[in-house]
Write a protein that binds this ligand. Structure first.
Ligand code: NAD
Length: 266
């Protein structure tokens, strides 16, 4: 079955955030209805949009919000390194709440916002594919690996169509040397989500959601096979010196980046 977004209603969790706001604009006119779920208020609703204030901690509210929806794009998360208790609660338990609420509401198509930081500890000299093991650069990335595993479980056990986007550095424009390799443009972010939502039948997919950067450290071929064809190249927007040594994560891979954000044991 081919999906027709122009007759479907999709839900977006984390709709008030940076990527959610970009998606709302990018999907406007392409998808018939959007249910915008966030614990923060979403403002300036367009035609076809409905806002639902709900927290990932409240699975019943999520289940109600997903009633009658054709698919869900799960962005809501703590989107950076933090204390692991908080990451586990929001990014792991919260993702399970979302998936289980979706299952109970009969919604089995999910696009999950994972991160390129799940592979951040690879050296920049390695071209990473989706077949390779994850090497998370911190506890945020660990929580996203767990989210991917939950998606895989819901695909294998409950027949979900689950697509995990390992999102690079999402920015309006590349800003620094690292972005020459890991940038994801707003237009390519929308394209990655559309490719994920176009998948059909029980399946688990991982897409490296980066723009087509000429200094890329990842292999985009797997995503292209799933219909994701990025158009942008950071080097067309920024002159800089590509990074040729060290970890893909850069300073995010340093021990202190993780340790400084943990509450002390008591
Ligand atoms: N921005 C990037 O470069 C990037 C890179 C890789 C992955 N990602 C992932 O993409 C997703 C979106 O990123 P973003 O940059 O838009 O983040 P963001 O922080 O701008 O937005 C996240 C949204 O989630 C909501 N949220 C957080 N906790 C919630 C909860 N418990 N219940 C309900 N809503 C909650 C927030 O209110 C916020 O509106 C995240 O999952 C992030 O981890 C982002």
């Amino acid at each position: 079955m081919t999906h027709s977004p122009d007759t479907e209603t999709w839900a977006i969790t984390g709709a008030a955030g940076r990527i959610g706001t970009t998606l709302r604009a990018g999907l406007s006119g392409k998808v018939a209805g959007l249910v915008l779920i966030d614990r923060r208020e979403v403002s300036d609703l367009r035609s076809g949009e409905t806002a639902v204030l709900a927290d990932l901690a409240d699975p019943l509210a999520l289940r109600d919000a997903l009633d009658g929806v054709d698919g869900v794009i799960h962005l809501a998360a703590i989107a950076d390194e933090a204390d692991f208790h908080d990451l586990a609660e929001v990014n792991i338990v919260g993702t399970w709440h979302l998936l289980e609420a979706a299952r109970q509401a009969g919604v089995t198509r999910v696009v999950y916002a994972s991160t390129g930081r799940t592979i951040g500890m690879y050296d920049v000299s390695v071209t990473v594919t989706t077949e390779m093991a994850t090497r998370p650069d911190g506890l945020y990335a660990v929580s996203k690996v767990a989210g991917e595993a939950l998606c895989r479980l819901y695909a294998d056990k409950f027949g979900f169509t689950a697509t995990c986007l390992r999102i690079g550095a999402f920015k309006a424009a590349p800003q620094d040397d690292r972005d020459l390799s890991v940038w994801l443009s707003p237009e390519d972010a929308v394209a990655a989500v559309l490719a994920g939502m176009a998948q059909d039948g029980p399946s688990f997919n991982v897409v490296l959601a980066y723009s087509d950067n000429e200094h890329s450290w990842v292999d985009l071929r797997g995503g292209r096979e799933l219909g994701y064809s990025p158009q942008d190249n950071a080097s067309d927007h920024l002159r800089g010196t590509p990074i040729t040594q060290g970890r893909q994560a850069g300073a995010l891979g340093d021990a202190s980046f993780t340790l400084d954000r943990q509450r002390p044991f008591r």
